[in-house]
Design a protein around this ligand. Structure first.
Ligand SMILES: Nc1nc2c(c(=O)[nH]1)N(C=O)[C@@H](CNc1ccc(C(=O)N[C@@H](CCC(=O)O)C(=O)O)cc1)CN2
Ligand SMILES: Nc1ncnc2c1ncn2[C@@H]1O[C@H](COP(=O)(O)OP(=O)(O)OP(=O)(O)O)[C@@H](O)[C@H]1O
Length: 203
């Protein structure tokens, strides 16, 4: 459902889908969350692009997202370098990526999401990332995504269109919807991993 520009009604529909999907994922049991990340690690372990990658952007989960810490530990074991997003204090609604090691201290940002402290000298040039795992709230079979509504990853993905990391969405199966109103700034993902399968964007 493409809509340029979004009508008031469609903006409201996007909001409604966001709150429903956030509630669904928050209601998943701890057991379901634990098995979700183990299934994702299985997909990751046989993923060719990931096996070739050196620098991988991930995120620290909140609000019922697939818990990424076990995935990060798996990537560390594979000798991958892992990076986390930090909200850019200068460029509004942009993300910077900084290294994440076992000993990196973490602080809560204004949404209670853990972030490493921002050391400007540590920021990796975005195009050096090979893979970027992307959080999302809802997705469809064409790779369209709805995020938290801040536009952070839309802006980040725009930078990845021509050069930069290969983006892979990460979500629970229950976050898939048949369709939702798409905005002109929404950038579809080539691939979305859920516990049950990898959704490839049809070409
Ligand atoms: N784990 C993780 N980290 C992430 C994201 C994410 O989706 N997941 N983000 C992906 O973009 C960015 C954070 N974006 C966020 C945007 C809005 C809200 C939020 O809670 N908004 C309030 C409403 C705020 C308002 O409108 O005043 C809410 O929904 O209750 C949280 C995070 C960067 N880090
Ligand atoms: N590439 C962009 N450049 C400038 N503004 C943008 C861009 N992408 C999104 N925005 C703005 O950001 C706001 C939020 O966008 P949207 O509702 O699509 O966020 P989202 O995809 O849910 O969030 P996120 O990308 O952080 O997960 C919109 O008002 C939109 O105008």
């Amino acid at each position: 459902m493409i809509n340029f520009p979004l009508t008031e009604e469609n903006l409201l529909l996007r909001q409604k889908i966001r709150s429903q999907m956030r509630e669904h994922r928050r209601l998943l049991s701890e057991e379901k969350q634990r098995s979700a990340v183990q299934s994702v690690i299985q997909h990751v372990s046989i993923h060719e692009k990931i096996s070739l990658a050196q620098h991988i952007g991930v995120f620290l989960s909140f609000d019922g997202e697939i818990p990424t810490q076990p995935l990060i530990e798996y990537l560390w074991q594979q000798n991958k370098k892992v990076y986390l997003p930090v909200v850019d204090p200068v460029l509004e609604a942009h993300l910077l990526f900084v290294p994440y090691h076992k000993s990196t201290p973490l602080i809560r940002n204004k949404w209670n999401i853990f972030e490493p402290p921002l050391e400007p000298t540590q920021v990796i040039p975005f195009e050096k990332l090979n893979i970027l795992f992307v959080p999302l709230v809802a997705f469809d079979k064409n790779g369209q995504r709805l995020g938290m509504g801040g536009g952070f990853y839309d802006r980040t993905l725009q930078k990845a269109v021509s050069k930069g990391p290969y983006p892979i969405g990460l979500a629970h199966d229950c976050q898939r919807v048949n369709n939702f109103p798409i905005a002109k700034w929404d950038i579809p993902l080539p691939e979305i991993m859920t516990p049950s399968k990898i959704w490839q964007r049809p070409s």
